[in-house]
Design a protein around this ligand. Structure first.
Ligand SMILES: [Zn+2]
Length: 327
């Protein structure tokens, strides 16, 4: 068999971990790692699963995304908005896997933006937030429906690690990227090519495990240059993770995990309670974060010890090889 990122040879017996029917292989050639087989993903897994058992969040579930009252930029979006990346003439950007559109809402101040996501509900939340060019489509569908359409910038945040065919995905990205175009995005950072024993980092969520070197190797191989990779501060993840405890609130209002019926009075009351809890968050955090850090420290230490990895994202951006600098 071969590594899905660098096509280097992999010894079938050389797996280091298993999870359900999947086996994990670190790649000795490129320094990344992957779960095998690269199959079994569908959009329904994001409806309820993806709970981060240690930090207690549901970062990857659609529920979490649908019900954010404030569409906030994630920390891994922020490095993109540096001055050098902002266009000096009208430019276009497409965000692949745009979810509820927090990134696009910021990006539209500088770019003519488009977004695609395979979750219909996320797309409707993005539209409600005023983004008109957001579609429920895969990259292939979008390319098929818009032949010849090319963008100055293609972004994909927390998307690459989910791909069952990463080279095919990036080829698809290049298919809608102008010759002098730029890509940007993020993936979870791993210090070693080892997965982290968290639900959200396991298949069928994440198939690919990127170290910095592995990510660089992959992007170079896929024909990108001027590659920049940076770690995103983990403290903010921790702060976010210690947000309002929605599990308790949900219980108090008899809200089911997958309930989104915004018309019911009970649901609206729950949302109001969440809003109130959020407003008091800075005060609560002042006490709660150090406490939580203390109580959860052992779990986190154990995981860090086990995998020698940190659950923080890394931001990347790169130019298409041969492309001229700037937009
Ligand atoms: Zn490899």
């Amino acid at each position: 068999m071969e590594c899905p990122l660098c096509q280097g040879r992999i010894d079938e017996k050389a797996f280091t971990k298993s999870h359900e029917s999947y086996k994990f292989y670190p790649c000795p050639t490129c320094g990344a790692g992957f779960w095998w087989p690269l199959s079994g993903q569908s959009s329904d897994i994001y409806d309820l699963k993806g709970t981060n058992s240690v930090l207690g969040t549901t970062q990857e579930s659609y529920f979490y995304r649908h019900n954010e009252e404030v569409l906030k930029l994630d920390e891994y979006h922020k490095p993109f908005f540096r001055e050098g990346n902002m266009p000096k003439r009208p430019a276009t950007l497409i965000d692949v896997g745009c979810a509820e559109g927090a990134f696009l809402r910021q990006a539209q101040k500088y770019f003519d933006v488009t977004g695609i996501d395979f979750d219909e509900h996320s797309v409707s939340v993005a539209r409600k937030a005023g983004l008109s060019n957001v579609y429920c489509a895969s990259l292939e569908q979008f390319a098929r429906d818009n032949p010849g359409k090319k963008f100055d910038v293609v972004t994909f945040f927390e998307v690459l690690e989910h791909q069952q065919d990463p080279t095919g995905f990036v080829r698809g990205v290049k298919g809608i990227l102008k010759d002098d175009g730029m890509i940007a995005g993020s993936v979870p950072l791993h210090m070693n090519p080892e997965p982290i024993a968290l639900d959200g980092d396991l298949p069928p969520h994440h198939f690919l495990i990127f170290t910095k070197a592995g990510l660089r190797h992959f992007l170079e191989k896929m024909g990108f240059s001027e590659i920049e990779i940076s770690e995103v501060f983990a403290g903010e993840q921790m702060r976010r993770a210690s947000g309002v405890n929605t599990t308790l609130l949900k219980k108090a209002f008899f809200i089911k995990d997958n309930e989104t019926s915004e018309s019911s009075l009970r649901f609206r009351a729950y949302m109001q309670a969440r809003k109130l809890a959020r407003l008091s968050l800075p005060l609560v955090n002042a006490v709660f974060v150090p406490l939580r850090m203390m109580t959860k420290k052992k779990d986190i230490e154990k995981i860090t010890e086990e995998s020698k990895a940190q659950f923080i994202p890394m931001y990347f951006q790169a130019k298409r090889k041969g492309g001229s600098a700037g937009l």
